[in-house]
Ligand binder design. Structure first.
Ligand code: RP5
Length: 162
């Protein structure tokens, strides 16, 4: 089995509905990946250790999935120089806005980027774009994907006029 290139870290097993979608999207491009649970607040040492060892284990991108006061992507970013993509989860009373802001509003020097709330698909696709920078075959797969999407949109035009 190939060594994972993308690490999906979730703040809780309750984030699995998002983690699973990311995993499936990555798998549809044959990207080796792994899924882990480590919480920035409940198991902070585990989260820090995961991030600190990620690069030397061969990971190239980390996708951190968390809801509520989502510190996980930031904590991961604080312990690695790998690109960190945060996925804010619609958990709790604020519907994910809290997590979105927590991920996006990182202090200068410690970047984590955020996709939209519950944005599993785009998180996976962004990770794939990063990997494709050094992988021509993957770049070609992304081009094919984009063309297929174009076709889908064109074919979905309605015939309503007037
Ligand atoms: C966050 O709190 C997790 O990422 C999850 O989205 C949310 C709720 O966690 P649980 O109480 O379901 O474990 O840390």
């Amino acid at each position: 089995m190939n060594k994972p290139l993308v690490g999906i870290v979730m703040g809780s097993s309750s984030d699995l509905r998002i983690g699973q979608k990311i995993y499936e999207e990555l798998k549809s491009f044959n990207i080796p990946c792994e899924v882990t649970v480590a919480s920035a607040h409940r198991t902070p040492e585990d989260a820090a250790k995961y991030a600190a060892n990620a690069c030397s284990r061969g990971l190239r991108v980390i996708i951190a999935v968390a809801g509520l006061s989502a510190a996980l992507p930031g904590v991961i970013a604080a312990h690695t120089t790998l690109p960190v993509i945060g996925v804010p989860v619609a958990a709790g009373t604020l519907g994910g806005i809290d997590a979105l802001l927590a991920i996006a509003q990182m202090p200068p020097g410690v970047p984590s980027v955020s996709v939209g709330i519950d944005g599993a698909k785009n998180a996976a696709l962004m990770a794939i774009r990063i990997l494709a920078l050094e992988d021509e075959k993957l770049q070609k797969a992304l081009d094919d994907y984009r063309k297929k999407n174009e076709e889908k949109i064109r074919n979905s035009r309605t015939s309503l006029t007037g």
